[in-house]
Design a protein around this ligand. Structure first.
Ligand code: NDP
Length: 452
């Protein structure tokens, strides 16, 4: 039996921490990577034609040395994020540039500068080993991993670690991410695994759930209050589906925008009453590549008023170029447009008169600090926010899984099985699971229905 097989077997057999900590470590492990030598392979192609299936390889990579403040995690499951898509299509930049910069920072940083990049910014699994400076975690702990990768010796990382000058996203701006059999993480990325979830359900939350928590709930984001109305673009997507849950949990009213009748139905099933099908409405915010149509912004604003009776206090913005003009226009006087992305293009355009004359705020937001990620994970663990897992792929099909997200073909989250041999394993609190089973499996059932 290989070292990896022994690790998998021990975890599946429920081995105790002492046994897990004594297992021999492998010299190499399988991981989903892109290769530096291929970073120009899509040069000149439009984004839609850049194919993650061609650039993603699942191959053996050497186990890096463990720093004192780090842990090796045996990854049972991981998930695709949009940053997996960005890495695999080498947009907006090949991520090898990030790895080179990290490589120059320190001796430990140098481990990351490799001719391969192990992708993945989410994981659930079991701690295999901890470095000598790790205090709160030990081998055998069942964990999930958040992707805020900060240097806690940097003064700018204190207060709010997302403000750290060298803050990074693990598995995107660092190497040895979660789409692998073993992940290398800092101790301050580790959180307890929600006991009522399977490995794949537990693995899909941290990145998107924590981002939406910061954007909607945290004082570092829009800090929604009870009774506020929030326009959520892509409300069945990775971050949108958590945002919609946070709005409802906090006593707000979401107005969800999606692009198909099936997604409208899914949002209704989640409890979102006001839903706009942007395809059916046929919004054309851009008349041509250079000109927006304020008449179309107005039409969207009217639709929101028809549904919710008011203009949105908060606009949860991430499509970017295609929607920002409309988002700034429809937001309530004094309201906030909070943005964490620009999927459709990052050079955005809006009419500034609507921002300043109506005293609106446009605020940038990015992932979450440890405390925010921890709180978001706690809410999942208590069954107050639910995973949005739609479909699961084996590690060998990571490229296909990323292609599905690239082309907006799946609702919620796409999971990836790493060491878990099948779905459905890892639940240690079946009672809590039973209480929330319908919500936990909603996206999965919807996806199966759609593909049946
Ligand atoms: P998904 O692909 O899962 O969902 C995005 C949703 O946006 C889609 O479901 C789609 O919904 C909607 N959408 C896509 N294009 C457009 C468009 N042109 N106009 C209107 N709606 C559109 O991605 P995620 O939710 O995981 O991520 C969204 C973005 O946020 C990505 O760019 C990602 O990189 C970024 N992100 C940033 C984070 C940060 O920390 N800064 C963290 C997480 C994500 P529909 O078609 O149904 O309307």
């Amino acid at each position: 039996m290989t070292e990896i097989e022994s690790i998998r077997t021990a975890i599946l057999d429920g081995a105790d921490g002492e046994t897990v900590g004594a297992l021999p470590l492998p010299e190499a492990f399988r991981a989903a990577v892109v290769r530096a030598e291929e970073q120009e392979m899509f040069a000149g192609l439009p984004s839609e034609e850049k194919d993650p299936r061609k650039s993603t390889h699942v191959e053996d990579v050497p186990l890096p040395e463990l720093a004192p403040d780090e842990a090796y995690v045996a990854v049972m499951a991981s998930a695709i994020n949009f940053n997996t898509v960005w890495t695999s299509i080498f947009e907006p930049l090949p991520t090898f540039q990030f790895l080179k910069r990290l490589g120059k920072e320190s001796v430990w940083g140098a481990r990351h500068d490799q001719p391969f990049h192990v992708m993945g910014s989410d994981a659930s699994g079991v701690v295999l080993r901890v470095g000598s400076a790790v205090r709160n975690w030990k081998p055998g702990d069942q964990v999930t991993i958040h992707c805020n990768y900060v240097d806690d010796q940097d003064p700018s990382a204190h207060d709010d670690s997302m403000m750290a000058v060298n803050q990074r996203i693990w598995g995107y701006e660092s190497n040895f991410g979660g789409l692998a059999e073993v992940a290398l993480v800092r101790a301050n990325q580790i959180m307890p695994k929600p006991a009522h979830l399977t490995w794949e359900e537990a693995a899909c939350n941290a990145l998107c759930n924590s981002t939406s928590y910061r954007m909607i709930v945290s004082p570092n984001g829009s800090q929604m209050t009870q009774g506020q109305t929030v326009l959520v673009w892509g409300a069945t997507g990775g971050i949108g589906a958590y945002a919609a849950q946070y709005v409802m949990n906090g006593g707000g009213t979401p107005v969800g925008v999606v692009s198909s009748p099936e997604r409208v139905e899914l949002l209704h099933a989640m409890g979102v009453e006001h839903v706009i099908d942007r395809k059916a409405e046929g919004y054309q915010f851009w008349k041509d590549e250079h000109t927006q149509d304020p008449g179309e912004w107005r039409r969207l604003g009217k639709k929101i008023r028809e549904l919710a009776g008011v203009d949105p206090d908060i606009v949860f913005e991430h499509p970017g170029r295609s929607t920002m003009g409309a988002s700034v226009f429809v937001c309530k006087r004094g309201g906030m447009i909070i943005t964490c992305a620009a999927t459709s293009g990052f050079t955005i355009e809006y009419d500034n008169r609507y921002l300043w004359m109506m005293l609106k705020t446009l605020k940038g937001c990015h992932f979450a600090n440890y405390r925010e990620a921890w709180e978001a994970n706690r809410l999942i663990g208590e069954g107050k926010i639910h995973p949005t897992l739609s479909v699961v792929y084996p590690l060998d099909e990571t490229g296909e899984a990323a292609a599905q997200v690239h082309h907006n073909l799946v609702e919620g989250k796409v999971g990836v099985l790493c060491l878990a041999p099948e779905e459905g394993l890892g639940v240690t609190n079946p009672e809590l699971r039973e209480q929330h089973l319908d919500q936990i499996t909603l996206f999965r059932r919807h996806h199966k229905g759609a593909s049946a």
